[in-house]
Design a protein around this ligand. Sequence first.
Ligand SMILES: [Fe+2]
Ligand SMILES: [Fe+2]
Length: 195
Amino acid sequence: MSDAPQDDLPERASYRSILESGPQDYVIQGRYLKQHHAGIADLYLGFLKSLESPHLGFPVDRFEHSLQTATRALRDGRDDEYVFVALFHDVGDALAPANHPEAGAALLRPYIGDDMYWLVRNHGVFQGYYYYHFLGRDRDLRERYRGHPMFEKTAEFCEKYDQAAFDKDYESAPLSAFEPLVRRILSQPPRFVFE
Ligand SMILES: [Fe+2]
Ligand SMILES: [Fe+2]
């Protein structure tokens, strides 16, 4: 939250330690949080756009890969939540290339169901089926999840959309085509995760 004055929210909590705080402070902070949340879609879209650079040597940059994954899912008749997940499945890569599925899944979790959370959280290992062997790794690592209710759906996501979305000649839909569904999903009250 910026320090700029906000006429409609002039108050600030005044405690110096949480031990000193009281319920009224959380009312004040809650009002700011609500205002902050109203702009969350722009933050997420900004993270997504940041995947444009660097291209890291991939045939298409990671933003185009995201658009292409989502476009393929959209054109295949997938529902809004699925397309949203396809669009943002690599968003964790903007800040956390070493564990991007875990980071991205955490970012999306408050807005998606547990099944799609599982898919994003584990898509890296399933995607590995297509290239881990080129790196001397076990391409069948995904087998550790065989029998999980989301195994087939996650394998299908990677086969049909994710691993296929590096085609520089594919005509992806522009980001603007996805914005209404992104804003709709991210305007839901977030599901808080305390664990
Ligand atoms: Fe990924
Ligand atoms: Fe991907």
